[in-house]
Design a protein. Sequence first.
Length: 208
Amino acid sequence: MSIEKYPSKLLETAVNEFARLPGIGRKSALRMVLHLLRQNKEAVTSFGQSLIQLRNDIKHCRICHNISDTDICQICVNPARNASVICVVENIRDVMLVENTHQYNGLYHVLGGIISPMDGIGPGELEIGSLIDRAGNADVVEIILALPTTMEGDTTNFYIFRKLKDKPVRVTTLSRGVAVGDDLEYTDEITLGRSLVNRVLYESSVGK
């Protein structure tokens, strides 16, 4: 394999940084860096400052753990949202995917991952405790488990279900319009929307 040679150490350093992004190879990284070099200094400075400000000032909602500009996100403070239903998702990206279906008007709870012993991720590393606390709120009547239909996702679903068994809430899950083994990221909005609308009781989905 040939080793790329750069005319500038600064260029090489910038390419190396861009290539660290997920899904970005060195050729794509080089195209991005060269594109930035063609822009005026003000545009590049604005680009860089936006990333620095994002990293320094972004917050996580203290209720649902979604990203936010404030301590409580716009979804949680919106009085038009149905506060009796909480949709449990793996990550922030999944919140955006569900919102894009326009089929859900409840609240969210972002776990920050799923249980994966192979990766050293146990229940203690996830926002499960705060979910159980929220489920004890008298206003909450349903918890929707919208996690990936993978072994890790199913393990997390079952763990949460067992933790919620003594809570007076209905636990549901997405209908199997989402294919087994799929992340929500790879599910089209229509299928995801229908899976939300046609959700089923979790207990009946796994058998008693």
